[in-house]
Design a protein around this ligand. Structure first.
Ligand code: HSE
Length: 368
């Protein structure tokens, strides 16, 4: 397999390093804005050098972001090249367009590293739905947020300081707002729900709230009540519809999610036959993510083409009611006072997310 690698950042460099030790695949060209000197690959600055090169059969996209990743991937598929990508924003936004195109062109399109870094989550989810109905997906899907929350909880560190560490370690996206505001998790739960339920979820119907406003005083409050805060995603069948959302969630100290350290992810599906299955591992970082990209490359060599095709377009129904921890100007019904914060009476997910939009400085977490 001759590979054209798009991007030479955290993931791209990892893919290059892993493939150099294999004799079944070789990175021939690397598209990169900077000049890089590699012993056995040519550095190029124009995508045409890759898509118009007939000796390249497979493109690995590790640039991140929507544009120009989308245009480059589309051009690669149109040129008859297989594509493997770790880019969740791209796959979540354009999969139902790129998948039919890849099918029409008879090439593979895989994206296991897009959710869960090094965890074989999407590949197992795809296998699982061959033999059972998936009822629920979700969990801790962002290594950066977990790293921040874990360090704040275990060592009492300050939010801004730990975010800088996560960036240095290569966990955070180029724009860390994508992580801390929950957007990365939002892409991942939508993609997982699409594959699990065989639908195309309307992204705008899925509300998201992140961890940007969490403070040391909130963490102290949670500890005093035997709770731990995690950014948790949920995608659940709900009668004929689906509840799908992302927000900080308080879990009990003894719960599985509470024990997830550092940049690790814990992602779970609940199946009608298998019941609950959880997947734990490094959710971010160079080598774990590159590992899953290379797994996809091996799958392409073995002729495995696609994830489950998307089905009908659906909107999430988030009328389900939860109780919430709120530090902010909450004027609704209160069940308990926790210092400067309150625990609300039952409020639906959609109503609470509408309130969060109007109160951007508040910190809100659902209580599981
Ligand atoms: N920024 C992402 C994370 C990278 O922190 O989980 C892996 O998708």
């Amino acid at each position: 397999m001759n590979i054209g690698l798009l991007g030479f950042g955290v993931v791209g460099r990892g893919v290059y390093e892993i493939t150099t030790s294999r004799d079944d695949m070789q990175v021939k060209k690397v598209l990169c804005l900077e000049d890089i000197n590699l012993p056995d690959a040519e550095s190029v600055k124009d995508i045409k050098c890759i898509v118009e090169d007939p000796s390249i059969d497979t493109v690995v996209e590790a640039m991140g972001g929507l544009h120009p990743a989308y245009e480059f991937v589309r051009a690669a598929i149109e040129a008859g090249k297989n594509v493997v990508t770790s880019n969740k924003a791209l796959v979540c936004t354009f999969y139902d367009e790129l998948l039919p195109l890849a099918k029409e062109k008879g090439v593979s399109f895989r994206s296991t590293a897009a959710v869960g870094g090094g965890i074989g989550w999407l590949s197992e989810l795809e296998r699982s739905r061959r033999v059972q109905k998936i009822l629920e997906v979700g969990g801790i899907m962002n290594g950066t947020c977990n790293y921040i929350l874990d360090n704040m909880t275990r060592f009492g560190l300050d939010y801004a300081e730990v975010l800088k560490q996560a960036q240095k370690l290569g966990y955070a996206e180029a724009n860390p707002s994508t992580d801390v505001d929950g957007i990365d998790t939002w892409h991942k739960v939508i993609l997982s729900s699409n594959i699990a339920f065989g639908v195309t979820v309307d992204k705008q119907s899925v509300p998201v709230a992140g961890i940007r406003n969490i403070q040391a005083q909130d963490v102290e409050n949670f500890k005093a009540h035997g709770l731990v805060c995690k950014l948790i995603s949920t995608g659940k069948r709900n009668g004929e519809g689906y509840s799908i959302y992302v927000h900080p969630t308080l879990v009990k100290e003894g719960d599985l999610e509470a024990a997830v350290p550092m940049n690790y992810n814990l992602i779970t599906f609940v199946g009608e036959t298998s019941d609950r299955m959880s997947f734990y591992g490094q959710g971010a970082g160079r080598y774990p993510t590159a590992y899953n990209v290379v797994q996809d490359l091996v799958d392409v060599l073995e002729g495995k083409g696609f994830y489950a095709p998307y089905g009908e377009k659906v909107s999430a129904d988030n009328s389900v009611e939860l109780t919430w921890y709120v530090r902010g100007n909450w004027t609704g019904a209160v069940a308990e006072n926790w210092g400067e914060a309150v625990v609300t009476k039952a409020v639906s997910v959609s109503d609470m997310h509408a309130w969060i939009k109007e109160n951007p400085d508040a910190f809100v977490a659902a209580i599981r």
